[in-house]
Each structure stands twice: as C-alpha cells, then as structure tokens.
Write a protein that binds this ligand. Structure first.
Ligand code: NDP
Ligand code: PYR
Ligand code: MG
Length: 761
C-alpha cells in the first residue's frame, strides 16, 4: 500500500469516527410528532388523556395502527453474528450498522426505526425475544444474522408473526442482485436459462440470492456453489439442509475449477478471494458481482484491467453498479406497511425485482446525474442498476410491492387509488413535484412539436431525450446538424428526432418561404430582401419563422445567449396577442407547499400602473392554464398605505383592476410576507384576498421581481420554472442562460400546454 493510500485511509477512518461521535452521538434520534407545549397538550399526550386510545386498542388491537406510530415503525434487529463481511463481532458492535439502516429507512422512505441489538445467539431464545417485542412494530427487518441460524430464525418468525418481516441480507440482497443480474445478462446478450453461474459463499445472502435466481429461470444444474471449503459437491459431508440443496455432482473442488468457462460469478463471501487468473478463465463478457462488504471478492480496478469485457457490480458506492440492499428495503417496507401486509411474500419480491430492473433502463433525471457528478447515465455496462439517490425508486418500488401484496391477497388495507398513493409517497418525501407531474401528464395526452434551439449543448440534448422518451413532446433539434450528431455521440444520447439546420441543403425550400415572410413582415422597418436572405440562415430567426409558419408548435430558445438578444428576433416575427400592448414574463416557483408565480421578471423595466394591470391580467390567464386559481398580490413595501411613489403606482393599478375586472381575486399594495400569511391577511378584512394566501405576485418593477426569484434560484430552496413568456400569439419561451436540464424540460412542458390551450381555444 502506498503512503498516499495509507494517509487517505487514515483520514477516512478519522472522518468516519468524527461523524459518528459528533453531537448528538450516533445517527438517529427520537423526535416528538405532536404538539407538547401546553399543560393541555401533555394531558392528552400522556396521562390522563392517553388512557382513552389505550382502551380503544384493548377493544380492537388493529386500532394500534390508528392511534400510535406502529404502522410506520420498523425494528431493525440483529444479534451481530454476521455483520457486513466482518463476521461475528457481537450485538453491541453491530449497532452502528443498525443505526445506519435506521437513517436510510428514514431518508429514503420516511419510515421510523428502532434499532435493536440483541445479545443472544441461541436461535430459539432470539426468536422468543423478537416475538415478545413485535407488538411495538409495523414491520421487522432482521439484519446481519449468520447462516444457517438466520434461515431458521426468519422462517419461524414468519410463521408466528403477521407483519411484514424480512431478513434483508437474504431477500434484500436477492432482490437487488437479481435485478442487476437480469440487466447484466441483457447487456451480455445471454439468457438466464442457459448461463453457468458460480456462487461464492453459501451463507444467508448467497442461498437466498440463488433461490431467487432459480425462480427467475436459472437452471439448478448450471449452478456451482462454493463455501469456505470450496465447491459444495457430492463428496462433502455434514452439510446444512440449505447447502445440501445445492450439492453439485462434480469432482471439481475449488473456486478456480468452478470458474473455468463460467458466465457469471456472484460473490457473497469475503474480500479478494477471486484472482485475475480465475477471471481470465471465464467465458466472454463475464458477469462479476463482487458483493462482499466493505471490499469485493475482486477489486474493481483489477477486474477491469484483467478483462475489458467484464460486466461488473460491487457492493461499493465508489464504483459503477452498486448492488446494495438500500435500493430495496426502504421501498419494500414502505409498500408493505402502507397496505398493512401480513408478510413479505414471493410476489412482492418479484415485483420489486422487476421495478428496479426496469427503472435502470429509463432516462435518468438530472437530479440523479448531478448527485453523482457524472455527465450522463445510460443503460450500459457502467449503469445497469439504479443509483441509491434516484428519487423515482420510492414510487416505482413501493407501488409495485403494495400492488403485489394486494394481488396476492395479503394486504390488510388495500390502496384504493394508486395515483393518490403516488402523490402521497411524494408528499411524504417533501418533494412537491405534483404540479410538474400533473403538467407532464397533461402534455403527454397530446404531445406537441417543440423546437429546441442550441441543440449542440448537452443540457438541451438531454432535455430532448427526456421529453421524447417520456412522451411529453416531440422534440425538433435546431442546430448545426453535423455538430449536433457529434455531440450526441460524445454524450451517448441516442435520439431519433428531426434535426433542423438552417444552413442545410434540405432547408432550401423553407429558407425561401421564410425569407419571403420575413421581408413582408419587416419591409417597412428597414428590412430588404437581401437582409432577409441573410437572416433566415441564422437560427435566431429560423426558429421563430418555423413557429410563425406552423412548422413547429412551440419554440424554446436562449440557452447560450442573453435574454434581450434572444428575444429581439422573436418580437420581430411573432405577433402579440390581441389587446396586448406589452409582453411580460412570469416565473413559477415550486415551493415545498405550493407553486408561486412572480411577474414580470424579465421584460418591462419600470412598469406604469397600466402596465401592472396588463401584467396581472396576463398572469391570471396563464396561471389558470395550470388549473390553479390565481390569487394575485400587487406587491410593494407597504400595506394599503399608498405613501411612497411605488405604492401609489401599485394602488392605482389595483383600483383599475377592481374597476375593470371585479371578479378577479387581486389586491394590494401589499408586502409579500403579509400576502403569504393568513394571520396577517386577517388584519385587512376589506381585501379581496380574504385570509387565503396569495399565489401570484405582481412586482412593482422588474428589478425587484428579477432579484427575488434569482435569490430563490441561487439558494436552491425551490425549483424555479420559466420564464414563461406572456402576451405573444404563439408558444415561445426564452430560457435562462445555461438553464439546467430540468429547467428546459419544465419550460418545454409549459410550451406544450400552451400549444394545447391555443389549439382548443
Ligand atoms: N452488497 C450487498 O448488498 C450485500 C453484501 N453482503 C455481503 O455478503 C457477505 C456474506 O454475508 P452473509 O451471507 O450475511 O454472511 P454469512 O455469515 O451468512 O455467510 C458468509 C458465507 O461466506 C462464506 N465464506 C467465507 N469465506 C469464504 C471463502 N474464502 N470462500 C468462499 N466462501 C467463503 C462462508 O462459508 P462457510 O459457510 O463455509 O462458513 C459463508 O457461507 C458479506 O461480505 C456481506 O457484507 C451481504 C448482504 C448484502
Ligand atoms: C449491505 C449489507 O447488508 C451487508 O453487507 O451486510
Ligand atoms: Mg447486512
């Protein structure tokens, strides 16, 4: 080991210990979930009030799910006999792992955990203890208990308890590795029914994994299983029933023998037991899962150096394809708890395998790509299993598991509406993407052609891929064809959509048509035919002209140019809507609770009262497109006082709005914190806003609007969508410079809805 590696390891060790000992020590704590500040609160939370739910539960034990936290509480229980790959280190020493699991349950699936380390190695006594504490919990996750005791313990407890219970090292590992195996086989172009598989390890994880692979089609005669003594063959004596099941009729003895010609190696044993020489003897495109923790059976670098065609997964987060049960247990328990399943059966496990395997083939959201600091993730040798921070796992896996529990008849409380359930899952995780999802669903019902400018840029290409694959829009890429294709290749983005290059020969007809139009539109504004001919070869003009002619339904531009130079050609070509004097723009701010809309954020520097009236009216109409009732606050830095010049301007706009549009919910001038707060609003009973907080903010000038949303964007406290251009006859929107992939996808989605609205108008 080099000095550098030594130093890195030492630093890492210190960092890990610091993390664990910093206050509050450990990784999880108990937090009250109900009010507790008054004497009355305490008399309800505890005696005497608490006796009432106690008696209710005595009458009907199922009511424990109603009146206590049981339904969302899982016990993570170990006796410390097979902790990671560290072996029998004892109950107390296993506590950091169990607390860690508690943390993962909470952050990934909002499940509360008590970690319980039991100092008992006798299986029957252990079972008795777990049974004794079971009433506390909605589910039980057994962890790091050594084989063969683990099989007996789990089996007995499953028979005796009727809550979701799973030994995660067995089934969690089986589920995730099976999903990875299905996908790795697809990449290797091999069939599960034909491959030769070597399983190294014959413990809890290995036995359960292999059994699940058999259910998926693996042939038992194609399996060679090895334990610490070598291949489990017919010559071996004193085998446990679990090992006996896998006895192979072979004279071969060693792992090296077994691997000769094998297609797949699954390591669930110990670090470094597989050598480069062994790997060299495997069949082509060898699938190598080195899953021992913390270090795999063969180091990733060594495997890849030895054979370039290796398709590899490990249990580690620092290499591609991490097979870790964190991809499964939070979501499997979430789904099982939510339907009050009486167990975790094969149907639920298989549903989880499929959901996880399928997810790896879908385009990866930008948030995940950013979390892993990579350029792109596409289904490939380097990515065939979803990443732990993929926030789609909760909806995909939990839904699949809950549904399987219902279909297989073990759900105590079936889910009535899976769309509502999906929303509840997302709400639980505090990710308010509901509106975006609703918008995307509506876009999908009638996807429109959306032309994306600057198509050579990665973010634009990635956004186009998502829009296309998710069926939100039919993207058209506007850019230099050759370069766009090169970039697609470079980023591994495969996308079969039209690429429009204004310079290309195949655009000659359009160039002529657009030249004529541009000249006619602008001939009294200094445009001559020669200039028009030149301009139509520029994308800034070509895109708006496509839109003008209906050769695209919507246009998204501006990724790499500033707003004002991007918007100029648009305004020369696309007319304003009837009755609109000045166009304006609006940002949608996706706060945790609900969306807010800010206008005008980028067009009218110092609006007059009349301008503010128009901005409010256009904002009202646009917000209605999202099926949201607009409640408009006309902002200032005073509340209904009209003292400063700014407030006077706003107050005048408000009185014009009240007179012209008596049904509009609009008032001011008001400060934003008052407009957002029901208590503060109640001080102004005369206001049209009543006591329901406003959701649309019309700012007194561009500076305040622009600065406000940029603070939010910069702080990353809420997703910002827009700017949504208001007042033009056609759906065209200008991106913020260097917009993120999500921002482009969201704005394109809005453009599709805009196009749909105009089609239906
Ligand atoms: N990546 C992941 O998600 C997961 C990884 N794991 C890892 O899998 C490993 C096993 O865990 P688990 O099944 O719970 O533990 P067990 O104690 O139940 O099983 C360990 C198995 O490994 C075998 N073994 C030990 N040394 C060797 C060797 N040199 N060659 C072949 N086999 C050997 C043992 O053989 P014998 O029977 O002869 O004692 C035993 O069968 C651990 O490293 C663990 O970290 C586990 C769960 C999830
Ligand atoms: C990941 C896990 O559960 C283990 O290594 O034991
Ligand atoms: Mg474990």
């Amino acid at each position: 080991m080099s000095n550098k590696t030594n130093r890195d390891e030492k630093n890492f060790k210190e960092a890990v210990l610091d993390y664990h000992r910093s206050e509050p020590k450990g990784k999880i704590e108990v937090v009250p979930s109900k009010p507790h500040s008054s004497q009355r609160d305490l008399s309800i939370a505890y005696s005497p009030g608490v006796a009432i739910p106690c008696l209710e539960i005595e009458r009907d034990p199922k009511l424990a799910y109603e009146y206590t936290g049981k339904g969302n509480l899982v016990a993570v229980i170990s006796n410390g006999t097979a902790v990671l790959g560290l072996g029998n280190i004892g109950a107390e020493a296993s506590k950091p792992v169990m607390e860690g699991k508690g943390l993962l349950f909470k952050i990934f699936a909002d499940i509360n955990v008590f970690d319980i380390e039991i100092n008992e190695t006798d299986p029957d006594k252990f079972i008795q203890i777990v049974k004794g504490i079971a009433p506390t919990f909605g589910g039980i996750n057994l962890e790091d208990i050594k084989a063969p005791e683990a099989f007996y313990i789990e089996q007995k407890l499953k028979e005796e308890l009727n809550i979701p219970l799973m030994h995660d090292d067995q089934h969690g590992t089986a589920i995730i590795s099976a999903a990875a195996l299905i996908n790795a086989l697809e990449i290797a172009n091999k069939k599960i029914g034909e491959v030769k598989v070597v399983i190294n390890g014959a413990g809890a994880a290995a036995i359960a994994c292999t059994k699940l692979y058999l259910e998926l089609g693996l042939k038992k005669e194609n399996v060679l299983m090895c334990d610490s003594k070598g291949i489990i063959n017919h010559k071996r004596e004193n085998l446990t029933p679990e090992k006996l099941f896998f006895v192979a009729n072979t004279e071969m003895e060693t792992l090296a023998d077994a691997l000769n010609g094998a297609d797949v190696f699954i390591g669930l044993s110990k670090a470094d037991v597989m050598t480069a020489e062994m790997l060299l003897t495997m069949a082509e495109n060898p699938i190598v899962f080195g899953l021992a923790n913390p270090n795999p059976e063969i180091e990733y670098e060594l495997a890849m150096e030895t054979r370039k065609d290796t398709i590899m997964a490990t249990g580690r987060s620092d290499y591609p394809n991490q097979v870790n049960n964190v991809l499964g247990f939070p979501y499997i328990f979430r789904g099982a708890l939510d339907v009050q399943a009486t167990g975790i059966n094969e149907a639920m496990k298989l549903a989880a395998v499929k959901a996880i395997a399928d997810l790896a083939k879908e385009p990866v959201p930008e948030a995940v790509i950013l979390a892993y600091n990579v350029k792109n993730l596409n289904f490939s040798r380097e990515y065939f299993i979803p990443k732990p921070f993929d926030n789609r796992l909760i909806t995909r896996v939990s839904k699949a598991v809950a549904k399987a529990a219902m279909d297989s008849g073990i759900a105590g409380k079936p889910i009535e509406n899976f769309d509502d359930y999906e929303n509840a899952l997302l709400d639980r995780m505090g990710r308010d993407e509901k509106l975006i999802r609703m918008m995307q669903n509506r876009a999908r019902s009638n996807p429109k052609r959306v032309t994306l400018g600057n198509a050579e840029e990665y973010n634009v290409l990635k956004a186009a891929q998502i829009l296309y694959e998710e069926g939100i829009a039919q993207p058209i890429l506007l850019g230099e064809k050759k370069y766009v294709k090169e970039q697609m290749k470079k980023f591994g983005i495969e996308l079969d959509v039209p690429i429009v290059d204004p310079m290309d020969d195949d655009q000659e007809e359009n160039r002529l048509k657009y030249r004529e139009t541009l000249w006619k539109l602008r001939q009294r504004k200094g445009m001559n035919e020669y200039k028009a001919k030149r301009y139509v070869r520029q994308r800034d003009y070509f895109g708006p002209l496509m839109l003008h002619h209906g050769d695209t339904d919507a246009l998204i531009v501006g990724f790499s140019k500033n707003y004002s130079s991007t918007i100029k050609p648009i305004l020369k070509i696309i007319e304003k809507e009837k009755g609109v004097d000045k166009i304006a723009s609006m940002m949608m701010i996706m706060t945790e609770k609900r969306p807010l809309f800010f206008a005008d954020t980028s067009i009218i520097p110092n609006p007059t009262s009349e301008d503010l009236v128009n901005i409010a009216k256009m904002a009202e109409m646009t917000v209605k497109t999202f099926a949201i009732e607009p409640r408009i606050a006309m902002l200032s830095f005073e509340n209904f006082a009209g003292i400063s010049e700014t407030s006077k301007k706003v107050a005048k706009a408000v009185s014009m709005l009240h007179e012209k549009f008596p049904n509009m919910i609009v008032d001011g001038e008001i400060q934003p914190d008052f407009a957002l707060n029901a208590d503060h609003l109640s001080d102004y009973p005369f206001s049209k806003l009543g006591t329901t907080p406003a959701n649309v903010f019309v700012f007194p000038n561009l500076e305040s609007a622009n600065i406000s949303y940029k603070i939010i964007r910069g702080l990353k406290v809420a997703q910002v969508v827009g700017p949504i251009l208001m007042g033009l006859k056609k759906p065209v929107h200008v991106l913020q410079m260097r917009a993120s992939v999500d921002e482009i996808v969201n704005l394109a989605t809005i453009a599709v809805l805009d196009a749909q609205r105009r089609e239906n108008a």
